[in-house]
Design a protein around this ligand. Sequence first.
Ligand SMILES: [Zn+2]
Length: 203
Amino acid sequence: MKNCAIVVVDVLYDFIDGGALACAHSTEAAEATAEFIRKHEGVPVLFVCDHHPSGHCSFKQQGGPWPPHCVEGTHGAEIHELLQPFVNEDLVFLKGCNEGVEQYSGFEGRNAAGQTLGEVLEIMETELVYVTGIATEYCVRNTAEDLLNAGFKVSIPEDCLGWVDATGHASALEALASARAVIRSASQPFHVELPQTAFSENV
Ligand SMILES: [Zn+2]
């Protein structure tokens, strides 16, 4: 069976306008992702969420590159309200939860049952994964590369992305295209990459 799924990466308040690590085109990414999900009714939506303890190694106080962000229990770690209607708690995968480990890729993120994103996509017999979210150069790129390396087809609606730096965003998309991800507009007709798609909401 050929299924598809939508993986939404880090559309969390700390990465969106006003947040600790606000990215460019982030509110637009949230709006465009919500619209993309609505247009793909019936396709399972999986959320990858940065989720750090307060002393995480990626924070500047610990010698890391970033200001504190997405700290567990804070507003900044929550999924944007535009996407809340699509959240299924079984399909929320947290990453960066261990103090000493940075995780840009959502592939090894885990849900409340302890399953990784990769495992659940396998269980759903997913072939094609649409990846949206923030930020293109970091967590979107790393998640998409791990999905490609694991044998999934990856399609990226570029209007649904936010980024730290416009040049980095463009070069990350170039690298992903070279790795055979399909970079496309969110308004492109659905499922053109994978005709005769059958959907399954069973996990
Ligand atoms: Zn982080």
